[in-house]
Design a protein around this ligand. Structure first.
Ligand code: FES
Length: 123
């Protein structure tokens, strides 16, 4: 069996929502102490709906694929729904990640969480 699913490879090769949102009203940055990778998430929220989301990462392929999928899962969704997003849901949407790469999906989920917290603070 291939180590990475086709979905992981697709999101790694063609990541969705990469970049910066200049007028973001929620920004979150997190790092993983073990691998040293960093993830930054930008949210544009209007009337409690996530109208745009972008990410930048100094992360591995799994982190890129996880963030790409995570941004797709919360785009256009209410803030309340985005708060419920788990890294498990991201992994499932990617058709799985190898066990030693699960922490990469946590990085994506935590960056979204941090961006949502930032949004709440700015309100
Ligand atoms: Fe660090 Fe994947 S190895 S995020």
């Amino acid at each position: 069996m291939a180590l990475y699913s086709e979905k992981v490879m697709d999101h790694f090769r063609n990541p969705r929502n990469v970049g910066v949102i200049e007028d973001a009203n929620g920004i979150g940055e997190v790092g993983n102490a073990k691998c040293g990778d960093i993830m930054k998430m930008y949210l544009k929220i209007e009337d409690e709906i996530i109208t745009d989301v972008k990410f930048e990462t100094f992360g591995c392929g799994s982190a890129i694929a996880s963030s790409s999928m995570a941004t797709e899962l919360i785009k256009g969704k209410p803030v309340s729904e985005a708060r419920q997003l788990t890294n498990q849901a991201v992994v499932e949407a990617l058709d799985g990640l190898p066990a030693h790469k699960l922490h990469c999906s946590v990085l994506a989920q935590e960056a979204i969480e941090a961006a949502l917290e930032d949004y709440e603070k700015r309100k």
